[in-house]
Design a protein around this ligand. Structure first.
Ligand code: 5AD
Ligand code: SF4
Length: 470
């Protein structure tokens, strides 16, 4: 979400006449987009701002803006902590950035805008002539923002505000548009992406009607048949309904991988975290996915050292990693955050116990990942090629989301091609394979992609004229 917001910031600034600079010593403006999910990111921001202050002392014309969740969380207080800042904007205020910068340039004091757009939620449309994401093989489309959950450790409901949903028509249009411009894989984005409703259907807060996310997936599959892969992140297990499971059974465009944050394997911890599912419910829901899509892989998020976590709670987390068979996990030490309900539980797990548990958890995840990757050696897999690596190597993702490297023949641009590869070797975190496609196949793929690129250029020009006239 944060990376996607950075793109939107670039787009908005591009629209106001800014260009990206490759050399930091030449820039007129530095925007620091921030994350506050864990405290470490916040520490990094403060030390980075210190560096920028020294740069600004050398070049007084340099403007500094702080965006994102730390900006939202701290607001005015950031200006007191760091004198070098000119503008502070929250995640919903990105479109206002150019105007705020102009006002400061014209002599206004540092400005702070951190209001949520609850009444009229905005979802920035892609801007063809500017978007750095255009032409990317794999891209993101926002479907909802904010979060109505109250996971007790999490600052997101505070920094991103209540859930707001984007209209299906706009989502489908953007997916189709991005596909026309070269995307083959789209990841739908949202804090609890699978809680999506058509905005006018959304129940009032806390309502319990099942989400309409599976219908959205079906509509995209039906109306954008050229799309190769449709992913989504991050879902909440509470909304992994039978209807969503059925969508995975029916829609080939959904690849054989889902990221589904579990957070803990202990019911006691899940309750304290207010996750609103039990371990058994989580496991039974993901098992249904495995039944309808044999071979589907799962990844997850896990927190260790949540207040009150005993050795036995932690062992249950280890055992859920085994039971659900995760092949990858983002693992975090609990970090107390301001404005979160868990603050009142204290932070009683010592740093060394947290580190020890994290290391044991990572070792188990790595073990399962290696075992899974080794099990694929000798199998064929479809790889969506994302980029060129060193020498003649290319890198892409399998339908299960593993990173796959392979060597391509000279003279072909394979970016965006969907190729068949035989897995020959498992590395620690990726696979090496042998390309099975003939040169004739590759030639045809490259030619069809070229046609797409010509369309992209035409589209850019048309959009550009529209913008100038408008
Ligand atoms: N401490 C540690 N990890 C956290 N996460 C969210 N809040 C915290 C916190 N206070 C993790 C969760 C979430 C991921 C994005 O970050 O695992 O799924
Ligand atoms: Fe945070 Fe929970 Fe919302 Fe995810 S679902 S953003 S962990 S409050």
């Amino acid at each position: 979400m944060n990376a996607h917001d950075s793109r939107r910031i670039e787009e908005v600034l591009g629209g106001a006449g800014y260009e990206s600079a490759s050399d930091a010593s030449e820039v007129d403006l530095i925007v620091v987009n921030t994350c506050s999910v864990r405290e470490k990111a916040e520490h990094k921001l403060m030390s980075f701002l210190g560096t920028l202050r020294r740069e600004k002392e050398r070049r007084p014309g340099l403007m500094i803006a702080v965006a994102g969740c730390v900006a939202q969380q701290e607001g005015e207080a950031l200006l007191n902590k760091e004198s070098a800042i000119d503008v502070v904007i929250g995640p919903d205020n990105i479109p206002e950035l150019p105007a705020l910068l102009r006002r400061v340039e014209d002599g206004a004091p540092p400005l702070v805008h951190t209001e949520f757009d609850v009444e009229a939620p905005g979802f920035l449309e892609p801007s063809a002539s500017l978007s750095p994401a255009l032409g990317e093989v794999s891209t993101y489309v926002t479907v909802m923002k904010g979060c109505d959950e109250r996971c007790t450790y999490c600052i997101v409901p505070h920094t991103r505000g209540p859930e707001r949903y984007r209209k299906a028509d706009d989502i489908v249009d953007e997916v189709a548009y991005r596909v026309r411009l070269g995307a083959r894989e789209v990841t739908l984005l949202g804090q609890t992406v699978n809680s999506w409703y058509e905005p006018e259907d959304a129940p009032s807060r806390g309502g319990e009607r099942p989400s309409e996310f599976p219908m959205l997936l079906r509509r995209i599959a039906r109306e954008v048949p050229e799309l190769t892969r449709l992913r989504y992140t991050s879902p909440h297990p509470r909304h992994l309904t039978d209807s969503l499971v059925q969508a995975h059974a029916d829609l080939n465009v959904l690849p054989a991988h889902v990221h589904m944050p579990v957070q803990s394997g202990s019911d006691r911890m899940l309750k304290r975290m207010l996750r609103r599912y039990s371990r058994a419910q989580y496991v039974s829901r993901v098992n249904k996915l495995k039944e309808v899509r044999p071979g589907i892989t799962l990844s997850t998020d896990v927190i260790v050292g949540f207040p009150g976590e005993t050795e036995s709670d932690f062992e249950q987390t280890l055992s859920v990693i085994e039971e659900a068979g995760f092949v990858a996990a983002y693992c975090f030490k609990y970090s107390p955050r301001p404005h979160t309900p868990a603050l009142k539980l204290g932070d009683d797990i010592t740093p060394s116990v947290k580190s020890d548990r994290l290391a044991r958890l990572l070792a188990l995840v790595e073990h399962q990942q290696s075992k899974h990757l080794r099990s694929l050696v000798g199998q064929k897999t479809k790889v969506l090629v994302e980029k060129r690596g060193r020498n003649d190597a290319w890198t892409g993702r399998s339908e299960r989301h593993e990173i796959v490297h392979f060597v391509g023949p000279d003279g072909f641009d394979l970016e965006g091609a969907l190729v068949e590869v035989e897995v020959e070797k498992a590395n620690k975190h990726s696979l090496m394979g042998r390309l099975l496609q003939s040169d004739d196949d590759l030639f045809a793929m490259q030619a069809s992609r070229e046609v797409g690129r010509i369309g992209l250029e035409k589209d850019r020009n048309r959009r550009h004229r529209l913008r100038v006239l408008g």
